[in-house]
Design a protein around this ligand. Structure first.
Ligand code: NAD
Length: 353
């Protein structure tokens, strides 16, 4: 698989499926710190052994609670005497370790080099590309962070074999989002791919690798054009207005990308009802839920409406949505009045038939 080069104004970095390259990238570094969580420790130890040099090894607790300023302060205090400005940090994990470790690396000595080794489907197709770092605040998720790019992203598809099924679906949610934004062909390929068959076979599937690669290319294109989310990059929020409301309502007990999958359907259905979406993709996603053994969203709309109104993308008395007219064709952002009654819309027979 061909390497991808992501280019921004002041920096450029490589995404490669040759994990062996990491060794040559870090060879000039004075000290190396590996950060992982207890679910990715197995893969992190494998990489540690393959590097063949002394490293500091930090294993954190998995989960969103770890993505906090408390953890950042703990890491800064501990490593301020062990690392120096020419050290490197290798982040081995999903989006949680990536977002947190990238922010830590950006703050340590005002910035040291870091390298991403994404281990979830979601982090391969989405969070490891684009330079967004973050921690959660009590008042909300991802509310503090900076933009800072890694020095390289190193992918090993083998790491996906140990992912739990729900995390696979979560990554698929972001992958399907990218496919919908990209083109009809990519969307059809992603929709037709049998995730369950791949998961049960526990193998490496060339078709899945190709889908991941295409999603990485889409993300590269978008973040190259709009590094700091001033315009185009907002298209990546497709499905995310609803998904953030669902995530908040369920207190983050449902993985992010699973909520995105719900969001893609719900926002698609809303757009269909309003006449902005002229395609059957919302219904097709609903059918896909069955194959994924995922229940339809069965919460109350009135509960979601309250969370939709506090979304950080909303500046006035309206809720912002991104709609696709059809796969690959953007309808653009639409503001929907917060007085809209979602209950009535989603009980509409035509949408759910
Ligand atoms: P995650 O990092 O929390 O990983 C999900 C779970 O899978 C965790 O329990 C983790 O320990 C486990 N895990 C990771 N790799 C594994 C493996 N190979 N085998 C077995 N278990 C493994 O979550 P995620 O879904 O990767 O990412 C979600 C996070 O990413 C959220 O914090 C979200 O805010 C953030 N995010 C960031 C961006 C961005 O652009 N920076 C984009 C999307 C999401």
């Amino acid at each position: 698989m061909q390497d991808i080069q992501v280019k921004n104004d002041n920096s450029s970095y490589l995404i490669t499926t040759d994990i062996g390259d990491l060794k040559s990238f870090i060879k000039t570094k004075s000290k190396i710190l590996i950060i992982c969580d207890s679910n990715t420790e197995y893969h992190a130890k494998y990489i540690k052994n393959s590097l063949g040099c002394d490293v500091y090894f930090e294993e954190l607790l998995p989960g969103e609670e770890t993505k906090s300023f408390d953890t950042i302060v703990y890491l800064l205090e501990k490593y301020s005497t062990l690392l120096n400005r020419s050290s490197g940090v290798v982040l081995i994990g999903g989006g949680m370790i990536g977002d947190l470790g990238a922010l830590f690396s950006s703050l340590m000595f005002r910035g040291i080099d870091f390298y991403m080794v994404p281990t979830t489907l979601l982090s391969m197709v989405d969070s490891s590309i684009g330079g967004k770092t973050a921690v959660n605040l009590k008042s909300g998720k991802n509310l503090a962070g900076v933009f800072n790019n890694p020095c390289g992203v190193f992918i090993d598809f083998n790491f996906l074999r140990t992912l739990p099924w729900l995390e696979v679906i979560s990554g698929y949610g972001e992958l399907l989002k990218s496919a919908l934004i990209d083109s009809k062909d990519f969307y059809q390929e992603a929709l037709n791919f049998s995730l369950k068959k791949w998961y049960d076979s526990q193998g490496i599937d060339e078709n899945l690798s190709k889908l991941i690669y295409k999603a990485m290319l889409l993300k590269k294109r978008v973040v190259e054009e709009d590094q700091f989310e001033g315009g185009l990059r907002k298209v990546l929020n497709l499905g995310h207005t609803m998904s953030h409301a669902i995530e908040s309502y369920y207190k983050y007990r449902i993985p992010h990308g699973v909520c995105v999958l719900y969001g893609l359907f719900l926002e698609g259905a809303l757009g269909y009802y309003l006449g902005y979406v002229e395609s059957d993709f919302p219904q097709e996603i609903l059918i896909k839920f069955k194959e994924l053994e995922l229940n339809e969203y069965d919460g109350k709309w009135s509960d979601l409406e309250a969370w939709l109104k506090v979304d950080k993308k909303n500046f006035d008395e309206s809720i912002q949505f991104v709609f696709m007219r059809e796969p690959g064709v953007l309808f653009d952002k639409k503001k929907i009045s917060t007085s809209i009654n979602l209950e009535t819309i989603f009980k509409n027979e035509e949408i759910f038939s």
